[in-house]
Design a protein around this ligand. Structure first.
Ligand code: UT7
Length: 359
């Protein structure tokens, strides 16, 4: 049976950096609190559409794999923060890249959307339906944030990344995964004001309110990711010492440390970049993957473990075997336009818009 090797990767982070000190300039919080409770030092804020970030990340991933957009058979776009619900994000990306008329689908499992997308694309390659796939994890959370709610606004950031999967006879790509969801816990993370439900709740369209039980999410995240890691390792017959690098969802340093401890993996085999970007939801794992490669942390034929959790409450863990190449074939010069406002100014504009009742 064919495997689905990861042959291209590319990321796109918005230029605007929002520091903890920026947040403390309008919110009752502090750098000390945010760093000690989450490990987050800064996050990026987009002054562009989600589609703009995804296009740059995808162009870089295609160049990295040495493919043209027209070679794609499938685009899977993982996100919770669509520019548009209809038409979907994947069709827009297909048109921007000139990749038509390949299959194009959006997938929303919140922060696990990229990894669920990796599973969907891998399955379609392994069953012979497609040969070349682009999988995107991208979020523009900042317009949906309640910037006056310190329980959530310090945690999240914007960003995008993408990978290319290609059919191969080599034993590469996703070898095994566990996907799951605690649907009975879906109310512990709910964003009111996105989607049609606000019509029934009498809320103003576009003005969001976050229902967020941080400690419950924390506990469920550690349990779900822990069980998923144990499941894939035992089914694969692999010991934790055989894992070269863990590339986890980056929501909170303490969650990452708890999952690593439970799995018996020391932190020097765990890739962490949550201090730079905060939680970018679907974008965290692919951005971390790109940065682990850039830092030389992924060697040819490395064995990777990728656990994640998200609203739903979805959870998963993927066991991935890297291929022989850890450097790009080509690079793309595609770049985001320079932002017109600082990250802090963008956020302050969102706050003013919320006061007027539109986000
Ligand atoms: O992809 C899913 C995304 N969700 C998550 O990853 C959330 C997972 N949960 C967490 O990461 C943690 O539970 C949090 C970082 C959200 C909170 O950390 P915690 O250690 O569980 O803090 P806490 O909720 O127990 O809050 C402690 C105190 C509270 O004050 P009181 O009631 O003890 O007086 C909060 O009001 O900290 C207060 N607090 C803050 N203080 C300063 C909450 N947010 C802030 C803030 N700055 N930003």
């Amino acid at each position: 049976m064919a495997y689905a090797g990861i042959t291209g990767w590319g990321k796109c982070l918005p230029h605007g950096v929002l520091t903890n000190a920026d947040l403390a300039s309008f919110l009752d919080t502090s750098d000390d609190w945010i760093v000690s409770r989450t490990g987050i030092g800064s996050r990026r804020i987009a002054d562009c559409l989600l589609a703009d970030m995804a296009e740059v990340a995808a162009a870089r991933a295609l160049a990295c794999a040495g493919l043209e957009a027209a070679d794609l058979d499938l685009i899977v776009f993982g996100t919770t923060t669509h520019d548009d619900q209809c038409p979907n994000m994947a069709s827009g990306l297909q048109a921007r890249l000139g990749a038509g008329p390949c299959a194009a689908l959006d997938l929303n499992t919140a922060c696990t959307s990229f990894l669920y997308g990796l599973s969907a694309a891998t399955a379609l390659i392994r069953t012979g339906v497609v040969r070349n796939a682009l999988v995107v994890g991208a979020e523009r959370i900042s317009p949906y944030m309640d910037w006056d709610d310190r329980n959530v606004s310090v945690l999240f950031g914007d960003g995008a990344a993408a990978v290319i999967l290609q059919a191969t006879e080599q034993e590469e790509g996703v070898l095994l995964e566990k996907l799951g969801c605690y649907g009975d816990a879906r109310e512990i993370l709910r964003i009111h004001g996105i989607g049609g439900a606000y019509v029934h709740s009498g809320r103003l369209a576009g003005v969001t309110e976050w229902q967020f039980e941080g400690q419950e999410i924390f506990k469920k995240a550690v349990t779900g990711m822990g069980l998923a890691c144990e499941d894939v390792l035992s089914r694969a017959g692999i010991q934790t010492q055989d894992i070269d690098l863990v590339v986890p969802h980056q929501a909170n340093l303490r969650i990452i440390e708890a999952v690593a401890k439970r799995a018996g993996i020391e932190m020097d085999r765990v890739f962490v970049n949550v201090h730079r970007y905060g939680n970018m939801s679907a974008a965290t794992v692919p951005v971390a993957l790109c940065e682990a490669l850039e830092a030389g942390r992924i060697k040819p034929h490395a064995t990777l473990l990728m656990p994640a959790f998200g609203g739903g409450l979805t959870f998963c863990a993927h066991l991935v075997r890297w291929g022989s190449r850890t450097t790009p074939i080509e690079t793309s010069d595609k770049e985001l336009a320079s932002p017109e406002r600082s990250a802090l100014d963008i956020v302050l504009d969102y706050r003013r818009a919320r006061e007027r009742g539109v986000s």
